[in-house]
Design a protein around this ligand. Sequence first.
Ligand SMILES: CCCCCNS(=O)(=O)c1cc(S(N)(=O)=O)ccc1C(=O)O
Ligand SMILES: [Zn+2]
Length: 262
Amino acid sequence: CSWNPDSLHHLPVHPLWQSPLTIPGGTRQSPINIQWRDSVYDPFLKPLKISYDPATCLHIWNNGYSFLVEFDDSTDRSIIDGGPLENQYRLKQFHFHWGAINDWGSEHTVDCKFYPAELHLVHWNAVVYPTFEEAVMEGDGLAVIGVFLKLGARHEGLQTLVDALPAVKHKDTVIEFDVFDPSCLMPSCPDYWTYAGSLTTPPLTESVTWIIKKQPIEVDEDQLEAFRMLLFTSDGEEEKRMVDNFRPLQPLMNRTVRSSFQ
Ligand SMILES: CCCCCNS(=O)(=O)c1cc(S(N)(=O)=O)ccc1C(=O)O
Ligand SMILES: [Zn+2]
């Protein structure tokens, strides 16, 4: 994607992303542009199996970078399996990245196209690693499902989450959120791309098997605006709207993006 100088104005300025944009020696950093025609169909990729227990939902937390919906990951009640994965992975949290305006906001791009927002469901390999913190440091430790959000019809399932956001407007606020099934945020089409990548926030460890759904879900303008009403800042600090919380694109280097579809 050719960034002409005037397009750099949208590079995120939040301190988090002023950290090294690529870690020294990083060979599998995220996010990346997915060039559709360069992705390789892999007939051995299995369908992704998702089974979430809505009762494992715990709370919503504004951590000053995004808002996280966190789950009880002490058992295997909410898991994914299949796809490119060799084990089942436990759901820990999901969060979003979005822009100040609808022209950008996603972390991954498809043929250099940004979506207004991107959902990430973070899972960890509890079969092999005893804790999430240890899995974060291992090449097969995490699996993150990415779902693009596009402007369109109101998403009824997302609305229950949107209605709770005013209660977590400020950094370090949390609200109990005890029943939510993230499956409602999945597109109907099973197709996905997958590649070996990294966390897109510190510690940026190269521990993520990314599974990016081909089909976006639709949300409406009011729902995107509800994200943009959140703040990076704590109560009492000068308000900074939580927008443009996405990391810049990283070099593909020696990686192939595989597709589950032809
Ligand atoms: C032990 C340190 C964990 C740091 C990463 N935590 S995480 O849940 O994997 C995560 C992933 C991601 S991402 N975009 O999926 O890489 C973003 C934020 C967070 C977060 O914790 O805020
Ligand atoms: Zn993310």
